[in-house]
Write a protein that binds this ligand. Structure first.
Ligand SMILES: [Fe+2]
Length: 255
């Protein structure tokens, strides 16, 4: 099977297809301060059902000993569920009421009126993404286009790991570290505060398509690792689903 056909077939089987960013639906505009922003057309597809909590793709205990069962149960069943519930409440009677999640995220501004939607839409997207990019025991990054891109961009996989870990450690308070594909198809590492992410075209300092993300909110690690965020970051690399990350890379690169 031709490489590109194989990739597309694999991607169709991935639920990540439902989370595809809509960067291609944008056109650049200008903010009053001269910075680039995106002017978006109304989405063509309307959402007809409320947002819902996606099931974990593995048992809550399956990431042990690196991420413990109780943390996963609370993180997924309480925190993520709360983002979903609050998002459904926040979009009622707003322009976003029938928008898909990615359509909302692309349009959120820093205005106070969008604050509850911003936090909960981001929280829902980020966590749904996070669960998918981990797997019990992790799996190794296989030789291929992502491995090549990481080596080219960062010098080596170990250097990437150090740079990503340092970024995750540097987040002050709650937030996320990301590995993204930019509009130039280059890889870059970014961080975001709270539940923001690089798909927030009106807000993010640098936009791109996340292919790996790490939640560094204390609720993600405090029960097991207490204040030792570096220990949690190191543990995370034992459960990364590099097969999923590579699929997302291929999709971001080749569509
Ligand atoms: Fe979280």
């Amino acid at each position: 099977m031709e490489k590109r056909t194989f990739l597309k077939t694999g991607l169709l089987l991935s639920i990540s297809a439902a989370m595809a960013p809509l960067v291609s639906a944008c056109s650049p505009g200008k903010k009053a301060n001269g910075a680039q922003k995106m002017t978006l057309q109304p989405p063509k597809v309307k959402r007809t059902t409320p947002f819902a909590l996606p099931a974990l793709p593995y048992a809550a205990a399956a990431l042990e000993p690196h991420i413990d069962k109780q943390t996963m149960e609370i993180h997924h069943g309480k925190h993520h569920q709360a983002y979903v519930n609050n998002l459904n409440d926040a979009v009622k009677d707003t322009v976003y009421a029938e928008y898909e999640l990615e359509d909302i995220i692309a349009r959120i501004t820093s205005a106070d009126a969008d604050k509850k939607i911003r936090n909960n839409a981001g929280g829902h997207w980020n966590h749904a993404f996070f669960w998918q990019t981990m797997t019990p025991g992790g799996n190794a990054l296989q030789p291929g286009q992502l491995a090549t891109a990481i080596n080219t961009t960062f010098g080596s996989f170990d250097k990437f790991k150090t740079e990503f870990s340092d970024a995750a450690k540097s987040v002050f308070g709650s937030g996320w570290a990301w590995l993204c594909v930019g509009k130039d198809k280059g890889l870059f590492i970014a961080t975001s505060p709270n539940q923001d992410n690089p798909l927030m075209l009106q807000i993010a300092s640098k936009t791109g398509t996340p292919i790996l993300g790490l939640d560094v909110w204390e609720h993600a690690y405090y029960l097991k690792h207490q204040n030792k965020r570096p220990d949690y970051i190191a543990a995370f690399f034992n459960v990364v689903n590099w097969n999923e990350v590579a699929l997302r890379f291929d999709k971001a690169m080749f569509g």
